[in-house]
Design a protein around this ligand. Structure first.
Ligand code: ZN
Length: 319
């Protein structure tokens, strides 16, 4: 039987952002409880975070930023931008989140699991080289892409970002890179303001960034069409050796931070298309990393559906 890995650590709850903040520890508590109640929890292979991670974080973020972040919040919570809060433990928690994602990559590469989901926080795709942004401290997925290339000697990495917000940090990191393909589907216009169709990479990276902006009100059918008719053929041409998902669930119809109409069914469909693709080109290798999702009920239901699909979907081989 195929196995799906899960990264979770109770210390992820120690990044405290304040009661009113949408990106709070309750999110992970809701996810864990839903996975437990559904019986999925015991079927998942638990993956432990590894610990020598700073050198990998420095592949994406500057030393200066790391030092700044390490000192921030030590004497009490501070805001790093208009909505990114850090407290005394945030730096360590953010490092642990990266460690977990890298451990998930190792587990997939070692064949211990077919794919893995990382229930981590803080999220990552808005984090830039030199600064925190939009609830994000370290760009978990971008760091994982570099790790897979350098530590596991993989050549082509595909990042699929279906968070409702455009992943500006990830896009900037690989904008001139033809070996990391960044695909983002997101509500537009919306925070953070980037992610227009015309943003398609530069220099050697031209054509390796694909933004599909969606208007408010889009839902499962519109997303499915994009995944089947735009994403799949593009990704098939790129032939990735590994796929990372920036899995945000804030495009759900009940999420307070978006105006899309996605449901659990939509997230299931997107997961299936990505799995079908990886079956074709890279033995099903996927590490999916939690980004946004702020309505606890729809977040936990969507993650449950996503993880169940990662575990149970049998990808179709194209004839
Ligand atoms: Zn988001």
């Amino acid at each position: 039987m195929h196995k799906t890995g899960l990264v979770y650590h109770p210390d992820f709850l120690k990044h405290v952002t304040g009661k009113e903040h949408p990106e709070n520890p309750q999110r992970l508590k809701a996810i864990v409880s839903s996975l437990e109640k559904s019986g999925l929890w015991s079927k998942l292979q638990k993956i432990e975070a590894k610990h020598s991670t700073l050198e990998w974080i420095e592949r994406v973020h500057s030393k200066h930023y790391l030092q700044q972040l390490q000192g921030a919040g030590k004497k009490g919570a501070v805001l790093l931008d208009s909505d990114t809060m850090v407290g005394p433990n945030s730096f360590e928690v953010a490092v642990l989140a990266v460690s977990g994602v890298l451990a998930a990559c190792d587990a997939v590469m070692a064949g211990k699991v077919r794919n893995a989901f990382c229930a981590v926080r803080p999220p990552g795709h808005h984090a830039e080289k030199e600064r925190a942004m939009g609830f994000c401290l370290f760009n978990n997925v971008a760091i994982a892409a570099r790790y897979l290339q350098e530590e596991h000697r993989l050549k082509r990495i595909l990042i699929v970002d279906w968070d409702v917000h455009h992943g500006n940090g990830t896009q900037h990191c690989f904008y001139e890179d033809d070996l990391v393909y960044y695909f983002s589907i997101h509500q537009y216009p919306h925070y953070p303001g980037t992610g227009r169709e015309e943003e398609e990479g530069e220099g050697p990276g031209k054509g390796y960034t694909l933004n599909v902006p969606m208007c408010a009100g889009s839902g499962d059918l519109e997303y499915q069409e994009v995944f089947e008719t735009i994403f799949y053929p593009e990704a098939e041409r790129f032939k990735p050796d590994f796929v990372l998902i920036s899995a945000g669930f804030d495009g759900h119809k009940d999420d307070p931070l978006s105006d899309l109409r996605l449901t659990e069914k939509g997230f299931q469909k997107m997961t299936e298309v990505v799995m079908d693709l990886t079956q074709e080109c890279c033995q099903g290798r996927i590490v999916s990393v939690l980004e946004g999702g702020y309505d606890l009920t729809s977040l936990s239901a969507s993650v449950k559906t996503h993880v169940k699909t990662l575990l149970e979907h049998e990808p179709k081989k194209k004839s």
